[in-house]
Design a protein around this ligand. Structure first.
Ligand code: FE2
Length: 432
């Protein structure tokens, strides 16, 4: 079974990454930052976790306000470094752990946390700034990382109490994973700072130290605080420190603090801390029962022949092909595809198998591969094939045979005004 080895808390200011990249190790103004991370680095070196479950927030880099979510779990196989304005930092991409992420995602949804899930997104300094100082990465990162991105910038955001409860469920989720994987939980953010408006530059060291004390000994007290309480005491952007409570919820009530540091060089109180469990105790009574609870919603679905639930597993496996077919909603991509399908396949770096499936309009083969139906109807709209034609192909029937199984022999698709006048079924009956 998977095991949580302990937890790390850390601020995630861009200052940290800047200090590393500009070689400030011996500069007296920056040296305390490097000193603060030494015990964290050593702990990770000694414990050698297979995976970091890494809680952070993006800073309007990869998660924009076109769709903003409270809790987003990273499912992908890799997590590259984001460009935040002047090129990405020169760091290797992180390896994800799709299988563990899928298990955690399933467990959290079973626990009634309505998560969102992402892949194919670069991670910004919220992740890489502290990570690059605590986890040596030459030539590669020493383990895998499952990111949990928390939307703390556009209000309303999750409450401190909700974060704590999510952490409690996260512990059950991780420690019920059947593989022998070791996990360290890392929470980032804070401490006191405000980076916008007339109150910019607000700090409160006294509160920061009190927060660190309560965090260790009485985290429930912190869950009763409002966002306004956090903002009043620590500055508006310090409310992101609720992310630490996810980690704290994932640790037992009694923890042992192995290390703590605090340094305020400029705008943000930079803190680091390491915690381990005081006592060995499983977060559930019977692992098998908990796993059954996690799988309950889909139990029995495997018996439904001809049914292929679009799960995270399928989503990750067929991501490139689903992305290619989804891109047909953009007029310029549609035009490229219509002009030269093979060139469009090459530009999307599709595999030979993926190209063959699309080239042959192998509708059922595409479903078996992991493509979701709702991008197939887009392909159908582009190439002039109706939805009922696709349904008939799934069932291995002619269109006429399929139509006989309906109450009315209608043809339709999601094609809009760009269907350029002629659809593939023109001439067939289109009347309801
Ligand atoms: Fe932040």
């Amino acid at each position: 079974m998977a095991k949580i080895l302990g937890a790390i808390a850390s601020s995630h200011t861009p200052t940290i990454g800047f200090a590393i990249d500009t070689g400030k190790q011996d500069d007296p103004a920056w040296q305390p930052i490097f000193a603060a991370y030494e015990p964290v680095k050593q702990w990770l070196k000694d414990k050698r976790p297979d995976v970091l479950l890494y809680i952070f927030n993006d800073h309007v880099t990869s998660f924009f306000f076109d769709h903003y979510s409270p809790f987003s779990l990273g499912m992908g196989a890799t997590h590259p470094v984001a460009d935040e304005g002047a090129g990405a930092r020169d760091l290797p991409a992180l390896r994800g752990d799709p299988a563990l992420a899928q298990h955690i995602g399933t467990a959290l949804m079973a626990e009634e946390f309505d998560m969102s899930f992402f892949q194919d997104k670069a991670l910004d300094h919220g992740c890489f700034s502290p990570l690059s100082i605590m986890w040596p990465h030459e030539p590669d990162w020493p383990g895998r990382l499952v990111p949990l991105q928390v939307g703390v910038l556009q209000f309303p955001i999750p409450t401190a109490a909700r974060c704590f409860k999510l952490g409690q469920a996260l512990r059950r989720a991780i420690e019920s994973y059947p593989e022998d994987t070791t996990v360290a939980i890392v929470a980032t953010g804070g401490l006191s700072h405000q980076v916008h408006g007339e109150r910019a530059g607000f700090n409160n060291t006294e509160w920061d130290l009190q927060f660190l004390e309560l965090f260790e000994k009485d985290p429930e007290a912190l869950t009763r605080m409002t966002h306004a309480d956090y903002a009043r005491l620590g500055g508006w952007e310090s409310a992101e420190v609720i992310m630490w409570l996810i980690m704290r919820g994932a640790m037992p009530a009694r923890v042992r603090k192995l290390h703590q540091s605090y340094y305020l060089p400029s705008m943000t109180g930079i803190a680091t801390a390491i915690y381990e469990s005081e006592v060995e105790e499983a977060p559930y009574q019977h692992a098998a029962e908990y796993l059954e609870f996690c799988r309950h919603q889909l139990a029995g679905a495997e018996a439904l022949s001809g049914t292929h639930p679009f799960t995270h597993q399928r989503s990750v496996k067929a991501y490139r092909l689903n992305k290619f077919l989804h891109s047909l909603i953009y007029p310029e991509q549609r035009a490229r595809f219509r002009a030269d399908e093979e060139a469009a396949f090459s530009a999307a770096e599709l595999s030979e198998e993926e190209r063959r499936l699309v080239r042959n309009r192998d509708w059922l083969g595409l479903i078996h591969y992991g493509v979701i139906f709702f991008v197939l109807e887009k392909l159908g709209a582009v190439v002039g094939i109706s939805n009922p034609h696709i349904y008939a192909a799934f069932r291995g029937e002619t269109l006429e045979e399929f139509q006989k199984s309906r109450n009315a022999a209608v043809l339709y698709s999601v094609a809009g005004k760009d269907a350029v006048g002629k659809l593939g079924w023109d001439g067939d009956s289109n009347a309801p």
